[in-house]
Write a protein that binds this ligand. Structure first.
Ligand code: FAD
Ligand code: MG
Length: 286
């Protein structure tokens, strides 16, 4: 008998990137591609928004993939099979709009590959021709390659250092495909804000509808605290309940990136203090 919010499986996908399968039957029953949950690892802990990468409605499980980047995600990564999360809120946000668009390019960068995976899978089920472009800094950081291959008609890989696939960014591959005249009906991108910004800049001159799944600092997840506000089309929008997906051509990415960095110094100090407390050395800079 599984206990609510219990960790049933755990694997390390890459250095500092972990996948956890959790027992959360009510959420597993309802969740759809593009939605996220907010987890807490302790009573007084921060709320951590994480995209649902997969689910099993019969088993009542959710799969999340996260990068250990600061105190809260480090704490999450320390939990083991059999441990329980303090709580999980979800499913939150709006599901991705899955229709038959024709030819769709799904782009995932870094840990965002796990987030684009269920979207690509559902688009494939709707008979879209799915071209996926996935990228990471280097070969060892590339996750979900097999999963993405299974749900894509074509899979392109890029790494910043050229250790796997094309050397360069996912946006370079996108740029070349469009320049070669590949006809595309829709692009959807999930990854670091800068990656989504550049992808939007690439598709803009072609007038290709481009969707980005935004990842601002988010606290309540229910539209009350306004932490996740982002400017889209000149208007303030709340990513938690109006998003997380928006028309990438309308998003003010400069503001989003600025706000993501607002607490960098405090986060750095908190992580150093935490690592000292648990006796671990400082991680590689992210
Ligand atoms: P900190 O040291 O506190 O922060 C490191 C950086 O993470 C900050 O500079 C900031 O840019 C960002 N961050 C900090 N607090 C938050 C917060 N409350 N909400 C969002 N970003 C924050 N990450 C994954 O690895 N996998 C996912 O599937 C995933 N899905 C997300 C879905 C949504 C809708 C959003 C909004 C974020 C998602 N993130 C995901 C980002 C993840 O929530 C943050 O990396 C995490 O909260 C950082 O917490 P920390 O204490 O470990 O790091
Ligand atoms: Mg934090």
């Amino acid at each position: 008998m599984c206990r609510k919010f219990e960790i049933l499986e755990k694997r390390t996908l890459a250095p500092k990137i972990k996948e956890i399968v959790l027992y959360a039957p009510e959420i597993a029953r309802k969740v759809r591609a593009g939605q996220f949950i907010i987890v807490r690892v302790e009573e007084k802990g921060e709320r951590i928004p994480l995209t649902v990468a997969d689910w099993n409605r019969n088993k009542g499980t959710l799969t999340i993939v996260f990068q250990e980047i600061g105190v809260s995600t480090y704490k999450l990564g320390k939990l083991d099979i059999g441990d329980r999360l303090t709580d999980i809120a979800g499913p939150l946000g709006n599901p991705s709009k899955i229709e038959n668009y024709g030819r769709v390019i799904c782009i995932g960068g870094g840990v965002g590959i796990a987030a684009i995976y269920p979207i690509a899978r559902e688009l494939k089920k709707m008979n879209n021709y799915v071209i996926s472009i996935i990228g990471a800094r280097s070969r060892e950081l590339l996750i979900y390659e097999d999963e993405m291959r299974k749900v894509s008609d074509e899979l392109k890989i890029t790494t910043d250092d050229g250790s796997k696939g094309r050397k360069g960014f996912v946006s370079d591959e996108l740029r070349d495909m469009l320049a070669k005249g590949v006809k595309v009906d829709r692009v959807i991108a999930v990854g670091p804000a800068i990656m989504m910004k550049v992808c939007a800049d690439v598709t803009r001159p072609y007038g290709i509808k481009t969707i980005a799944s935004l990842n601002p600092i988010m606290v309540c997840g229910m539209g009350m605290c306004a932490a996740c506000r982002v400017e889209v089309g000149g208007k303030t929008r709340f990513v938690c309940f109006e998003g997380p997906e928006f028309d990438a051509h309308e998003v003010n990415f400069t503001e989003l990136m600025k706000r993501l960095n607002a607490y960098r110094e405090e986060e750095k100090i908190a992580l150093e203090k935490y690592l000292k407390k648990i006796g671990e050395v400082k991680p590689n800079a992210n």
